[in-house]
Design a protein around this ligand. Sequence first.
Ligand SMILES: [Zn+2]
Length: 415
Amino acid sequence: MRQILAALILLLLIALPSAQAPTAAVTILRPARVFDGDAAHDGWSVRVRGDRIEAVGADAAAGAAGARVIDLPGTTLTPGLVEGHSHLLLHAYSETSWTDQVSREGLALRVARAVNHLHLTLMAGFTTVRDLGTEGAQYADVELKQAVNQGIVPGPRVLASTKAIVATGSYQPKFVAEWSVPQGAEEADGVDGLTRVVRDQIGRGADWIKLYGDYRWGPLPGAHPTFSLDEMKLAVETAKSAGVPVAVHTSTPEGMRRATLAGAETIEHGDGGTPEIFKLMVEHHVAWCPTLTAGAGPWPPADPNSPAATRKRATFKAGLDAGVTILNGSDVGTFPHGENARELEAMVAYGMQPAAALKSATSIAARVLHMDNQIGQVKQGLFADLAAFDGDPTKDIGALRRVKFVMKNGTIYKQ
Ligand SMILES: [Zn+2]
């Protein structure tokens, strides 16, 4: 009996690898052109085997007898797009204010919505999101990521940051002063507090740590810095031990300066960026998520020459002129999920070339997120995260609204 068992196990060991390799499905994708993360190439096709890209180029269709062939005429095939700044646990402020969502909508209700948000995001061609804070929904982003990875619900790859971290007294919601209510992010201060909270969030599954480097607080109007340079440095150093990068929400020049000097890897919003600050960011290799279309307002804005829109456009131009690395990130969740492409439209409307905007959502995004050996290019060996759009988004960024095909990890989600 023991001999038979041993023989059976041996048979299995021999049979398994050779039995599995040839069964990995091979798919040939034939669009009009391929944007590989760098440039558009007419007449290229892509061969996918299992969850990986096996070949790209004019000859990629050859040498795969029996492969499934998918023709995508008139389309541009691109790497799956990256959303650098999402809030899957929020829904549009035009539907419900942030305060009402955080204080009146329960965790299960918010997660139920988020499942839909994951699906909408994927259908829009966005196959990776960096989710920058659950806004009171605890660690639900980590568990949503697990649900996607386990195939329970469809969705993009999720980089989670859990609760995000704010300085005591600086955040929301605020009720009467006698009521201590849970905040939309986790409060932490000083050496002990920040070290403990950064470590705790990493322990609970944070892929990124998010700090709020400034916020609208104090007696004066507008945003004001929160964490000191030393506090931010400590958070960065603590996170770095675990290989976790830090993103800092900041809109004031002083907050941006502290985040840059502290070793943050991305700055979120940066509305008050000046040429000097952007130069400093370039020197310290800090990328910028401009979130041009963040907020409840429609895109394009009702008045493109409003003071707010004019300011945004001027800041974006200063960042472009300084050569700051730009990561596509929209703050989606403040506006409806699935409309992520509006951020790329805004970047182009405010002076970026369409191909450069596409790179900020593909190859450059992958580099900023430390995922360039996995995603962000149509390149042999990377994960088969691909999207096809009717037309040519390297010339007309509006083509990103015409999603014809979405594949993630070699699985087709939209065709
Ligand atoms: Zn945000």
